[in-house]
Design a protein around this ligand. Structure first.
Ligand code: ATP
Ligand code: MG
Ligand code: FE
Length: 345
């Protein structure tokens, strides 16, 4: 079965085709980052309008890349939530219209399930069961994954997400938007031991996280450096970036390791935009080796939002018998807030 998938939950328009037998066939992506940069964050109305403009050209592009015609498609998948309501509606309405016009089933996909299964797009592919560390712009969760549709929440952030912690501290440091990648690039040249920053909940017994205090700690540190020696020079900037990154990565790694020990599982899967962070990847790889296990990551291009993970998740749900293929429902309902438990078996 060949499935076309649409992603439009935030600031990336993604379209992809996946096959239940052959996996991902092709994908196309447009990121709106440059458009939102001058506002310092995603402007929902601009995001929706841009999705409308991009989604059909991307669809044509992806079909051409896959060497397919509209008539070859057997089912349509789309991100139904969580995300920005107006942005989600673009993907949902295009997908449902396509499905209705061609008499095809439409498969709503939970965005986080897309992220969660994206490491299965890499080679080697992790085997179930595994622990997933989902670290994106809006979420930070540890999950036990026993199979497609079998997700158990082990712990999550009590306030900011890890990606948010990267972005907000980067903004304080004047690194622009989105700050995560910029901060981690700068951190590569810095000394992470120079500034002592808090590692919230590092030693708590649970698997929860808390990152909101880090912003205040970085701001306080910034102000004290400026008071002492004026505006930060490039070495101080790099050292503060490295110290901030280390504080976030240390907590993520410690809790991921705790989850491995608690569950006794040997495979750790990392998904979401922060999974692109090189320091986090290296630290988790080394830690898993020490535990006699292995860490798996999605291909870099599929860490942040994309259509590939949505078409792929739909193909996996079809294979697991978890998709409604009756083709009866063409209502384009979206769920801006949506608990992953709602799509669990
Ligand atoms: P969600 O999926 O929770 O709705 P999202 O889709 O906005 O959120 P993603 O696209 O998965 O999130 O990831 C974006 C986040 O990843 C941003 O916060 C960004 O700063 C962060 N990020 C991307 N690359 C890196 C990196 N190399 N180091 C640290 N953070 C990074
Ligand atoms: Mg994004
Ligand atoms: Fe995402």
């Amino acid at each position: 079965m060949i499935i076309i998938g649409f992603e439009s939950s935030c600031d990336e328009t993604g379209v992809a085709v996946a096959c239940t037998e052959r996996g991902l066939l092709a994908h196309a992506l447009h990121s709106q980052i440059a458009m939102h940069r001058e506002y310092g964050g995603v402007v929902p109305e601009l995001a929706s309008r841009d999705h409308i403009q991009r989604i059909l050209p991307l669809t044509a592009e992806v079909l051409q890349k896959a060497g397919l015609a509209m008539g070859d498609i057997d089912a349509v998948a789309y991100t139904a939530g969580p995300g920005l309501a107006g942005a989600l509606l673009v993907g949902a309405s295009v997908a449902q219209s396509f499905a209705w016009a061609r008499g095809l089933p439409a498969i709503p996909i939970h965005h986080l399930e897309g992220h969660l299964l994206s490491p299965l797009l890499a080679q080697p592919r992790p085997e179930f069961p595994f622990v997933a560390l989902l670290v994106s712009g809006g979420h930070t969760q540890l999950m036990r994954v026993d199979g497609v549709g079998h997700y158990e929440l082990l712990g999550e952030t009590l306030d900011d997400a890890a990606g948010e912690a990267f972005d907000k501290t980067a903004k304080l440091m004047g690194l622009g938007y989105p700050g995560g990648p910029a901060l981690s690039l700068l951190a590569e040249k810095g000394d992470a031991a120079r500034y002592d920053l808090p590692r919230p909940l590092l030693h708590s017994r649970d698997l929860d996280f808390s990152f909101s205090g880090l912003k205040t700690a970085v701001l306080t540190r910034l102000k004290s450096i400026e008071k002492e020696s004026g505006p930060l020079d490039s070495t101080q900037q790099a050292d503060l970036a490295a110290s901030t990154e280390a504080a976030i990565v240390d907590v993520l790694a410690a809790k991921a390791i705790k989850a491995m020990k608690q569950t006794g599982l040997k495979s750790l899967v990392v998904a979401g935009g922060v999974g692109a962070n090189r320091h986090l990847r290296a630290k988790l790889q080394a830690a898993m080796k020490g535990l006699g296990g292995e860490a798996f990551f999605p291909p870099l291009e599929f860490c942040t939002d994309n259509g590939a993970m949505i078409a792929f998740a739909a193909a996996e749900r079809v294979k697991a018998g978890l998709a409604d293929l009756s083709g009866d429902s063409h209502a384009f309902t979206v769920h801006p807030r949506w608990d992953l438990q709602d799509v669990c078996v």
